[in-house]
Design a protein around this ligand. Sequence first.
Ligand code: ATP
Ligand code: MG
Length: 332
Amino acid sequence: MSKPPVIISGIQPTGNLHLGNYLGAIKRWVRMQDEGDCFFFLADLHAVTVYNDPAELRANIRAMAAALIAAGVDPARATLFRQAQVPAHAELCWLLNGTARIGWLNRMTQFKEKSGKNREGASIGLYAYPVLQAADVLLYQATRVPVGEDQKQHLELARDIAAKFNTDYGVALFALPEPIIGGPAARVMSLRDGQAKMSKSDPSDQSRINLTDDADAVAAKIRKAKTDPEPLPDDPALLDGRPEARNLIGIYAALADETPAAVLAKFAGQGFGTFKPALAELTVETLRPIKDMLDRLAADPGELDRLLGLGAERAREVAAPTLAKAYEALGL
Ligand code: ATP
Ligand code: MG
């Protein structure tokens, strides 16, 4: 029997797990636990590329671990760990910094978005963020990386770095990772702006639905979500040019495990006054069991730390040989 594929993906433990993360990434993580050897990690080393209050970060790490487990990530079936507890990530990142090119990083749109007009004032870490991401993936010889659409470019960079390293040093060390994009909702957009993705770091909490939001908060956010005055069409193609409408239909479809066409078949001809309450109810009902479990887990930080510790132990073991070979290839 051939070895199962290695699957890896991470999430920053900053802010709350939101519907975009859940539908775009975590739902697939949960499914993939049966498809390969899964490594899921809290990207706490990525988190410190911007300032975070340390006490808040510490609390957020546990909150995110709780949210992932509540959403279905099972520490008995997948290796769930914190990047900062596996020093090989930072070490390999440094080794790869010698291979990554400034010209490649200059093309990364996420850095442009996140640094905005204040490029000179952005941290080196924010700029080198995709190199750490390459290390995260390459360390485990992962071939399958489930990510949202927004991370595709970083994955391509990881492939470029891996290929150049292998060529420059004449080794067949790094496997080339494939992004696994798609899933229920590859790109959930902000509730305030159909052109911007739903994001943990959006300053407006109204822009996203957090897994920790209670039913009233979810309903209020959906009620106030930006829309247009037109009724819903019967064909998804007619949502072109209506990004907010498309987004809400996409969210409904992903939550209901239906196609957008099937959702439109139900609501065609109706306005948002009818659709929004239906969407709110579906969202609340889908998130309810997750939120209940999340609240229970969050009350036991010791258990969360124990589970993360076990995951880190396994991750360190699996990462060690590849890191050792990278040092060796470089002549170190
Ligand atoms: P930040 O704003 O801090 O970057 P984020 O909301 O983008 O936060 P990440 O931790 O960067 O979240 O990403 C975690 C995972 O969720 C990644 O796989 C990413 O592709 C996915 N993801 C993030 N936002 C969305 C979204 N709006 N729709 C679908 N997937 C998303
Ligand atoms: Mg992001």
